[in-house]
Design a protein around this ligand. Structure first.
Ligand code: FAD
Length: 274
């Protein structure tokens, strides 16, 4: 397989979670990712966890580590401070997002959309950071419609994004169609598919409802049929996702970004099949 891989982790908060991340990071290192990224909780709750984790992934594990930075709920000064910190610890890449406000949080923040965050980073830091933004082959759940969402995606690229990582999906045609539509609008940056390996199907279904990713009916039905047979679910999931990756790469996807959820095994099972 010729495409590069990258891995996404979330910031651990307990000692147990830290051990889990270290174990996963050490095992996934064998796959030589181009970079790894670390998510960021909107509303400030994981503010310091993200930077600590990025530093740890870089210094302890030797990865190029990119923080996710979401602008919703924060003011310009907080965002500027974080950018200064990321510069100081040597980051060269940022995943710039709007984020989602936790329910009940009143202050929407100074920046309403990710495009404004990209603009701010470019205006104040020039080309210091490579900027990745999010893309939605199956359309972001809050978008007016698919075409408006595509135009808003283009606005992030016009504001200075270098590349995009997609929300996960299990339907390769949605990705290919999205890339074709983006190219027709004049978007030339790489659009890397986000890959969610399947391990815990109940959790996956919950996530998917929240973020608007579709699990095709036939996959749901097969999963249901496996019942509590975790091993059968893992095997089927790994075959399914490896097949998806193969199709994506054969169709021109420039890389694969794995949502690891801080677990090595589900991602390794997919990579082992490629
Ligand atoms: P935007 O690009 O700003 O778009 C958000 C919505 O607003 C879309 O519906 C869009 O169509 C619409 N929109 C954009 N511009 C306009 C405009 N000018 N007028 C009207 N409507 C507009 N969330 C986190 O909290 N932390 C993370 O670490 C995180 N990492 C992620 C990583 C990836 C690869 C992806 C795909 C998502 C991630 N998310 C994360 C989730 C993301 O924050 C949510 O999906 C969020 O709802 C949208 O973020 P965005 O950056 O795509 O927003």
């Amino acid at each position: 397989m010729t495409a590069h891989v990258s891995f996404e982790f979330y910031p651990p908060k307990t000692d147990e979670q830290r051990t889990q991340l270290d174990r996963a990071a050490a095992r996934l290192k064998a796959h030589a990712p181009e970079y790894v990224s670390c998510t960021f909780g909107a509303g400030g709750s994981t503010l310091s966890y993200t930077s600590e984790t990025v530093r740890h992934l870089n210094q302890h594990h030797g990865f190029e580590a990119a923080p996710h930075l979401s602008c919703v709920g924060g003011n310009r000064e907080e965002i500027r401070e974080l950018l200064k910190l990321y510069r100081a610890i040597g980051c060269r890449r940022i995943v710039a997002l709007r984020g989602d406000l936790p329910s009940g949080m009143g202050f929407p923040g100074d920046l309403r959309y990710a495009a404004e965050l990209v603009q701010l980073i470019r205006a104040e830091h020039g080309d210091r950071f490579r900027i990745e933004v999010a893309a939605y082959p199956e359309t972001h759940p809050q978008a007016e419609d698919a075409l408006a969402d595509l135009r808003h995606f283009k606005a992030k690229v016009d504001a200075g994004a270098d590349a995009a990582i997609t929300q996960y999906f299990y339907n390769a045609d949605a990705y290919f169609r999205f890339v074709d539509d983006a190219r027709r609008l004049g978007v030339e940056v790489p659009i890397v598919p986000g890959i969610m390996p399947v391990s815990n199907f109940t959790q996956l279904r919950r996530f998917s409802e929240a973020c608007g990713a579709e699990i095709p009916r036939w996959i749901g039905k097969r999963m249901q049929a496996f019942g509590d047979d975790a091993e059968a679910i893992r095997e089927f999931g790994a075959d399914l996702v490896a097949g998806l990756c193969r199709r994506l790469v054969a169709g021109g996807a420039p890389g694969l970004h794995f949502y690891t959820l801080n677990l090595a095994r589900p991602t390794e099972a997919v990579l082992a099949r490629l």
